[in-house]
Design a protein around this ligand. Structure first.
Ligand code: 5AD
Ligand code: SF4
Length: 525
């Protein structure tokens, strides 16, 4: 879960040079990375064979019309003004991968109801923003986006705010932006169809803001944006209550999905042609199977990896407290479980960790790192760090720097502490001045960059399997991720490699990515 302008990240790649093929969004980093991505429409962004053109145009999944359980679309067509934008929606997503995936489901819900997705808000009857409020900047950005409609909102147009900012600000959003008509937090997404139907019926203001749900947001249809990596939510919400974080408030309490339902979705994804899944949760490893099977998280990882046809299983984000040896053993035993763990530490000082209510000490965290570094299979480790938490002394900050040296992260997302509404740390004293936060962030990012330069340089000469996700405009240039989640840009004379697994020898390295050449030209598998 990441979104910030002032972050330093690890495996980011500029997609400018890549064609739209296979890289449908302006995202692409280890922990989430991008702060906003307008949905790219058109067949370029879709996995061949999964969606037919009519899915994009008409909104119906092939076969849905024949399905007796499918929704009667006629009820959603009443009361709609006859205009060019009729039945169209525009959806823009801010924030983390959980948000991106929620948007995929929201789009699925709307498409299944006969809506058509459009690329520009100008041509949409319904404009939706799926928002992030993790840091102040993210929230500001959304309010400025909403501000664009103050004078330009068209008659009959619906503007909706979904996600974390919606949950956090609630009806206040109507005060600040009276042209908004829908405010719905992620814990209420199950009610979305109902809420949209009410808007369709002429209601001018609707909210969905309950968080007291024990349900997860499962939909019959998900409109997937990433053609190579499918997101699968296994746990929603968060019970951890870190003192700086809005998530427990905006996403509600932890709710895990039954293991059978997760496995069923993964089987369907394989049928659709996916070979890589990313299991998602704010604290993914706190997964607690609510069904009688009572699968542990590590067992679920292995079970997903064993679904015939599945080649790569990723998971994000892990909380150090619940990170046990069994997860490392699963990675050691099952090669399809990717050798990458994102394990946010936030601070290297036990005093700051205590103030953050992270529930572990520096030493306990470093024990997890030692366990990962001692694994039989090399595992890449990435993290999240916050500088300038209230009361963080120079000494505390130096402890963070020294922890980074010991942990030797393969990548890190780092942020300046941002005070957030409803969080306990908001009332804490000894705020760190902005300039000092910036100074610390600069030092930390420079140190981490050096670590990455050195670690990546050591990989030169090694061979990695790459899932090819992008093609450069320059001939013979391709891009993909390794199992350890590094971006590898490589050359191959092959004509078509998108979606293939290719063996690539690393010939060069930078702080954020590797370069290489396909062995025997690639050929693909
Ligand atoms: N200020 C700065 N960073 C934050 N994060 C979460 N809340 C805040 C905040 N109030 C960071 C944490 C988390 C990541 C997703 O965002 O590092 O792991
Ligand atoms: Fe926020 Fe902490 Fe939960 Fe992560 S574990 S979502 S940082 S409260």
């Amino acid at each position: 879960m990441v979104d910030c302008e002032d972050m330093g990240n690890s495996f980011d790649i500029s997609l400018e040079k890549l064609t739209g093929l296979g890289v449908p969004r302006e995202t692409g980093s280890a922990g989430g990375g991008a702060s906003s991505g307008r949905l790219a429409l058109g067949l370029a962004g879709l996995k061949p064979g999964i969606y037919r053109g009519e899915t994009l145009e008409g909104g119906l999944r092939p076969g849905a019309a024949e399905d007796p359980k499918s929704t009667d679309l006629s009820q959603f067509r009443v009361n709609r003004s006859v205009c060019a934008t009729q039945g169209t929606f525009f959806l823009e997503t801010f924030g983390c991968q959980m948000n991106e995936h929620d948007s995929e489901k929201v789009a699925g819900v709307l498409l299944a109801r006969g809506y058509r997705q459009v690329e520009s808000p100008d041509t949409a009857a319904v404009i939706l923003y799926n928002t992030c409020s993790i840091r102040e900047k993210a929230a500001q950005k959304i309010f400025s986006r909403l501000g664009e409609y103050r004078f330009t909102k068209k008659e009959g147009q619906v503007i909706g705010v979904l996600g974390c900012l919606a949950q956090q600000e609630g009806e206040e959003i109507f005060e600040r932006a009276p042209w908004v008509s829908l405010v719905c937090g992620s814990a209420s997404y199950r009610k979305l169809p109902e809420l949209i139907a009410q808007l369709e019926a002429g209601n001018s203001r609707i909210t969905g803001l309950d968080t007291d749900t024990d349900e997860t947001f499962e939909t019959e249809m998900t409109r997937r944006n990433n053609p190579w990596r499918a997101y699968v939510t296994i746990i929603e919400g968060c019970d951890k209550a870190c003192s700086y974080c809005v998530v427990p408030f905006t996403r509600g309490p932890e709710r895990s999905r039954a293991s059978a339902s997760v496995l069923e979705e993964v089987r369907q994804l394989v049928d659709l042609g996916y070979t890589e899944v990313l299991l998602l949760g704010q604290t993914v490893n706190s997964y607690a199977d609510p069904s009688a099977r009572r699968m542990r998280f590590s067992e679920l990882l292995a079970a997903v990896a064993e679904v015939p046809g599945m080649r790569r299983v990723r998971f994000m984000t892990s909380h150090p407290r619940d990170f046990g040896k069994d997860i490392v053993e699963a990675i050691e035993a099952v090669s399809a479980i990717c050798d990458h763990v994102h394990l946010p530490v936030q601070s290297g000082s036990t005093a700051v960790l205590r103030a953050m209510a992270r529930t572990y000490t520096r030493e306990e965290y470093l024990e997890r790192i030692a366990m990962l570094r001692g694994a039989k299979r090399r595992i890449s480790i990435t993290t999240d760090l916050i500088v300038g938490f209230p009361g963080e002394t120079e000494r505390d900050f130096e402890e963070t720097l020294s922890l980074m040296e010991v942990a030797q992260y393969d990548g890190a997302f780092s942020f300046k502490y941002s005070p957030r509404p409803n969080t306990p740390s908001l009332k804490m004293e000894d705020a760190i001045p902005e300039e000092e936060k910036s100074r610390r962030l600069g030092i930390l990012q420079a140190g981490q960059r050096d670590i990455q330069v050195e670690r990546n340089a050591r990989l030169v000469g090694e061979v990695f399997e790459v899932l090819v996700e992008g093609k450069s405009r320059r001939e013979y240039q391709w891009m993909g991720h390794t199992s350890c989640n590094r971006v590898l840009n490589f050359t191959s004379p092959a004509k078509e490699l998108l979606g293939h697994y290719v063996q690539v020898r690393v010939t060069g390295a930078g702080p954020h990515s590797l370069v290489g050449e396909a062995i025997h030209g690639g050929g693909g598998q």
